[in-house]
Design a protein around this ligand. Sequence first.
Ligand SMILES: Nc1nc2c(c(=O)[nH]1)N[C@H]1C(S)=C(S)[C@@H](COP(=O)(O)OP(=O)(O)OC[C@H]3O[C@@H](n4cnc5c(=O)[nH]c(N)nc54)[C@H](O)[C@@H]3O)O[C@H]1N2
Ligand SMILES: Nc1nc2c(c(=O)[nH]1)N[C@H]1C(S)=C(S)[C@@H](COP(=O)(O)OP(=O)(O)OC[C@H]3O[C@@H](n4cnc5c(=O)[nH]c(N)nc54)[C@H](O)[C@@H]3O)O[C@H]1N2
Ligand SMILES: [Mo]
Length: 768
Amino acid sequence: MNRDAPTNDVDETELAVGKPKGWAAGIPGVAVSLLRGVEQMGAGRTVHTLRLLNQREGFDCPGCAWPEPREADGEQRKLAEFCENGAKAVAEEATKRRVGADFFARHSVAELAEKTDFWLGQQGRITEPVVLREGASHYEPISWDEAFALTARTMNGLAEPDEAIFYTSGRTSNEAAFVYQLLVRSFGTNNLPDCSNMCHESSGAALAETTGIGKGSVSLADIHRSDLIVVVGQNPGTNHPRMLSALEEAKKNGAKIVAVNPLPEAGLMRFKNPQNVRGLVGKGTPLADEFAQIKLGGDLAFFQALGHLLLSWETAAPGTVLDRDFIDGSTHDFAAYAEHLRELDWEQVDEATGLDREQIVRIARMLVDSDRTIYCWAMGLTQHRHSVPTIKEIANVALLRGMIGKPGAGLCPVRGHSNVQGDRTMGIWEKMPEKFLERLEDEFGIPVPRKHGWDTVDSIRAMRDGKGKVFFAVGGNFASATPDSELTAAALRSCELTVQVSTKLNRSHLVHGRTALILPTLGRTERDQQAGGEQFVTVEDSMSVVHSSRGRLEPAGDRLLSEVAIVCRLATALFGADHAVPWRDFEGDYDLIRDRISRVVDGCADYNARVRLPDGFVLPNAPRDSREFSGTKTGKATFTASELEYPRIPDGRLLLQTLRSHDQYNTTIYGLSDRYRGIEDGRRVVFVSPADLAALGFADGEYVDIVSEWADGDRRAERFRVVEYPTAPGCAAAYFPEANSLVPLDSVAKTSNTPVSKSILVRLEAAN
Ligand SMILES: Nc1nc2c(c(=O)[nH]1)N[C@H]1C(S)=C(S)[C@@H](COP(=O)(O)OP(=O)(O)OC[C@H]3O[C@@H](n4cnc5c(=O)[nH]c(N)nc54)[C@H](O)[C@@H]3O)O[C@H]1N2
Ligand SMILES: Nc1nc2c(c(=O)[nH]1)N[C@H]1C(S)=C(S)[C@@H](COP(=O)(O)OP(=O)(O)OC[C@H]3O[C@@H](n4cnc5c(=O)[nH]c(N)nc54)[C@H](O)[C@@H]3O)O[C@H]1N2
Ligand SMILES: [Mo]
């Protein structure tokens, strides 16, 4: 096996297109996870590492935020509680390849900037802090002390704290997130954009209004117990593979599944569970009972149609459809919602969804026949102009039947990054509620700013306009993950200083400010040794379970610092040794940070003790725990009436969504294969339906430029291979981040300000 990084850049002339698959996981999944592990880590380390993944004594998977089974719910962890893509995520981090000072001496920044994201990520773990000095062509080593001094000097030299921006990606542990937001607020700003701004922000905004808490209301056990699961705008086979086991178990218990998606994703159709023999050699379990092949952005219309049908059936046969007790006792504004949906323009529903009316009626019937319905969704719903009203519409339909706050039922936004939900709980948000800020102020006796900070999109605008001058990122890959790649790159380049706390090389190291730092950090798999002994950290999964994670592997290098240590040392450089916050003590013993978390963060009392319980603890969630909605304005769950909106597609145009292949973790490209969709050895593809190809005069295999149209002009992404694919008519797809340059910065969801990455108006032009 070759453990060296590829020396050449990828050659996409090898790109091959085969038939899409109708099932997910099974033997190829197992084989791929082992192969990727052995390639990057060697055989012994692969077995050792995967054995600890998601086990109580081991570390939390750095992949997605899907929860583990809990004994408290009468459930058991499996011996191998991970999936193919989790194993890839671990292999990426536990790789034996290294990027040290010699690497940076060999490659200029200009040369590295020509490489693909795949190549960059494949070079291995960064092992020492490096600096790119103003005007220099290469990164060069710098001592940790000097790196912190340089950062502190630049930050302290700003005219005001609001000129600095502090980004977080969702892998950061609760402890690191807590000290990081404390540093940022001690410095005097709330400029804390995070990946969530581009991810589930729309879910948070919608749910805060309807149920009073911006999180989901189901547990893993609920999924197993439900009798109907509606999966909307989500591709679990690739992005949350362990969810397939949960869906399979629910099916075994008699549940039905409805999949709503413009693409017939393999993981929604049939699952071959690698954990059992039937799954490995047999046909597997069929999943979706109904597949509604909806058009991009048609979901608001779809859920209004469902709501309309339920309401009219109730009128026809009172007392048979709605959960009247729940509606009368626990909700608000039902009358206005019902009045709004009394009439429905079915022609608009037809145009918006592209679905058969009969299928919509069948699905509405399934809702009526179900006693325990769960609604799951992800990026297919959150990254549209009208995402917030769309998610509120799902809540409406759930409320009609009382499907919240009872076993086997509820709302389930399926989170992305493994600790994105925890970071928010710990205060990573540009607009944390007053209660949190007040407690922070009381706990530490420091003034905490109240003016809301910039989110991701506003941070880019601020840098573009010369108002944001220092950009600091704990994790992530801001330059690649954000919209309008060229504009964002120019914005980053205008900064005085950019600092990236990273594990691996990525585009954000090459799209840099006048001076740039790369600060290498420990990954979650690695042992974290501090003055007070070996440390563990804590994380929160998609279902609000908080638990510990302890790295076991030898660190990738002896100069790496933990994220907590980096934040604490920077704080000391910034504020001096006798600051109100005992940064040094925090660095030495994370229990001291957890003591503070228990006093500042809601629901975290007695944190140190409870995270040491074998399965951790579950954060309180009033809607789920007691059917209470104390977080809303009225103290009741809120029905909302929204105008029917959907994207219009002019003649000769397509709507483009940008999504993930099976072989990437966001901007980290594991490989060039999108197995389930039949793509091998390439990523610059655009999936188009046969009918659209015929209408537009293109054919499978041709090369096109994709041109997006926006009020301020066109944006072009060159040379994509056309792939004829069974997507909904009018709706095309290409991979993120290759297509990010097509997303206009100002194309954002109302209320949540999330970039509209799932409906970009484009035309195709023959490539030169
Ligand atoms: N292996 C792996 N795991 C991951 C990630 C990864 O990159 N790789 N990323 C992590 C992160 S941060 C996140 S947020 C999640 C993302 O998880 P997903 O949301 O599953 O990710 P996407 O690839 O963006 O897929 C969006 C899905 O929604 C569908 N869709 C798009 N637009 C619409 C629409 O208008 N209506 C409906 N009904 N469907 C639509 C698409 O066809 C696609 O199936 O996964 C997490 N897990
Ligand atoms: N067009 C389009 N754009 C999108 C999306 C889309 O669907 N379409 N999805 C959006 C979504 S849902 C999200 S969440 C964002 C993701 O945005 P980000 O979170 O910014 O991006 P990632 O690719 O997850 O970040 C990967 C980098 O994180 C670093 N890293 C990995 N592990 C660690 C660690 O333990 N510590 C530290 N410090 N660094 C680490 C590595 O250097 C790696 O290169 O992208 C968004 N952008
Ligand atoms: Mo995400």
